[in-house]
Design a protein around this ligand. Structure first.
Ligand SMILES: *Cc1c(COP(=O)(O)O)cnc(C)c1O
Length: 479
């Protein structure tokens, strides 16, 4: 069909995408369209026949853009989002155009070798053992799942149980120990693995969210193998690191498996000045991280590493008559991820690392951390703001004190709503020790000092406005 062969189509898409990226720094940080707006603009019945693809793309852009948050922009500080280096976008476009299903070697030898090379670079950057196995997954949630599947395999194998063949029916009970502040995706992974979210034993954490290693040691002494321990490098609220060295020592002494969830925090291991936060990282059995957060490649990019290639492969590998394997020396991507056909995720990571180099990763981490401290400094100067965390990484967590004894929780959500609507920057609410708080995450290469200063002014203006309007509101109620 000729409508599918428009030579100008892809160029048009490049122009529209480039225009979006040019406008990105000045767009409102949040989406501006309402749910109803978007349903009206994008909905309607499935068309009966073909349409001009160029028009379809143009309409997708015009109807869809108001519903796009500027997550890749320099003043989006919600969640932990990252950005996308231009070179990573370029490599991602090629990944799409090449359309390689990176499952079997024969389908894309280039994708397989690029993954092999990129995995080696990252292992060296993060100081992981040389011979780690690696999987390129959709994100850190899936990385946690994959690592814990390998863990489940290995700790049960040591008890003489083949979980791949027999499942968990009749298997020795697996004890899972994790910090009070473990990320929700760990629980998602445990659920999918049949290990249960509520049966995991939570180890107490300190005021920054760091697991208490002495409490872990006590729990390990009381637990019966098989045991899996999940630690965290980079708390989503405070950026704090669990003390990995004593955790690893205690876990090893008990013959248990140590997994580290380091979705963004793991990248601090590349920074000579921050590496001490991750002392002991190399002693773990598995690691999960994201490339789409702090490495600033486009979405759909997480990484899992293990020190137990055989367990990793046993937990993931698929075999079928038509899946012919070679001499066993080439990388078969589907041995390492819970997917078969998938996007060739290695290309954007490879191109990014090749462009910025080791020093570029250090500089990125360094700049984000410096800007987070700057933000904390700017915000903390206001009498209503209290910074709740030691800003050791890229996360700033803060609380607000409304003047005149007004309701704290309403005040927090009022300020967050005002900042989001005003649009200079985007910050999100969270809960810390059971109380609403606000967090700022700096994780984008494009964020500059000026962005932090503008955003701090916008946030503090929202605090003052909310304080003023709440004061007027309570005077009205009193009067
Ligand atoms: C974001 C995050 C995850 C989940 O990663 P996805 O990329 O969203 O799948 C897991 N753990 C931590 C600590 C995170 O910050």
């Amino acid at each position: 069909m000729s409508v599918f062969r428009d030579p100008a189509l892809l160029q048009r898409a490049v122009d529209l995408a480039s225009s979006f990226l040019e406008r990105l720094p000045d767009r409102p940080a949040g989406a501006t369209a309402s749910l109803d707006d978007l349903r009206r603009a994008l909905g309607g019945p499935l068309p009966d026949g073909p349409a001009d693809p160029r028009r379809v793309i143009e309409e997708l852009v015009s109807a869809g853009e108001p519903g796009l948050a500027s997550t890749a922009g320099p003043r989006f500080f919600g969640f932990v989002i990252g950005g996308a280096f231009p070179v990573s976008v370029a490599a991602d476009w090629l990944t799409t155009a090449w359309d390689q299903p990176a499952s079997a070697y024969v389908l894309s030898p280039t994708a397989a070798v690029v993954e092999e090379v990129a995995a080696g670079w990252i292992a060296s950057l993060l100081g992981l053992p040389d011979d780690v196995s690696a999987g390129f997954v959709t994100g850190c949630h899936t990385a946690n799942f994959t690592a814990l599947a390998a863990a489940r395999h290995e700790v049960l194998r040591r008890e003489g149980w083949d979980v791949e063949a027999r499942g968990l029916q009749g298997a020795p009970a697996v004890t899972v120990l994790l910090g009070q502040e473990a990320h929700v995706s760990i629980f998602g992974a445990l659920r999918m693995l049949g290990l249960g979210a509520a049966t995991a034993q939570r180890i107490e954490a300190d005021d920054q969210g760091r697991m208490n290693p002495a409490a872990l040691e006590r729990a390990l002494a009381a637990a019966r193998p098989p045991i899996i321990v999940c630690a965290q490098a980079g708390n989503v609220n405070t950026g704090a690191f669990d003390p990995l060295a004593p955790i690893a020592a205690a876990t090893r002494a008990r013959g248990a498996w140590l997994h580290i969830d380091g979705a963004f925090g793991l990248w601090a291991a590349a920074h000579p000045g921050l590496r001490h936060h991750l002392a002991g990282i190399e002693l773990a059995d598995s690691w999960a991280t994201d490339a789409h957060k702090w490495l600033n490649v486009p979405y759909d990019s997480g990484l899992v590493f293990t020190a137990h290639a055989a367990a990793h492969r046993a937990a993931m590998s698929l075999t079928a008559a038509y899946l012919v394997r070679g001499a066993g020396e080439e990388r078969i991507a589907m041995d390492w991820v819970p997917e078969s056909s998938r996007r060739a995720r290695g290309f954007p990571i490879y191109a990014t690392l090749k462009t910025i180099g080791r020093q570029g990763v250090v500089d990125l981490v360094d700049r984000c951390c410096r800007l987070a401290r700057r933000m904390a400094h700017r915000l903390g100067a206001h009498p209503s703001v209290r910074i709740l965390n030691d800003v050791v990484l890229n996360q700033v967590l803060f609380d607000l004190k409304p003047s005149g004894g007004r309701d704290h929780d309403t005040f927090i959500s009022d300020v967050v709503g005002r900042v989001q609507r005003e649009g200079t920057c985007w910050i999100g609410g969270t809960a810390w020790h059971g109380r609403p708080a606000i967090r700022v995450s700096v994780s984008n290469w494009a964020t500059a000092e000026e962005d932090v200063d503008r955003s701090a002014r916008a946030i503090l203006a929202a605090v003052d406005e909310a304080d003023g309007s709440q004061a007027r509101g309570s005077r009205l109620r009193e009067g």
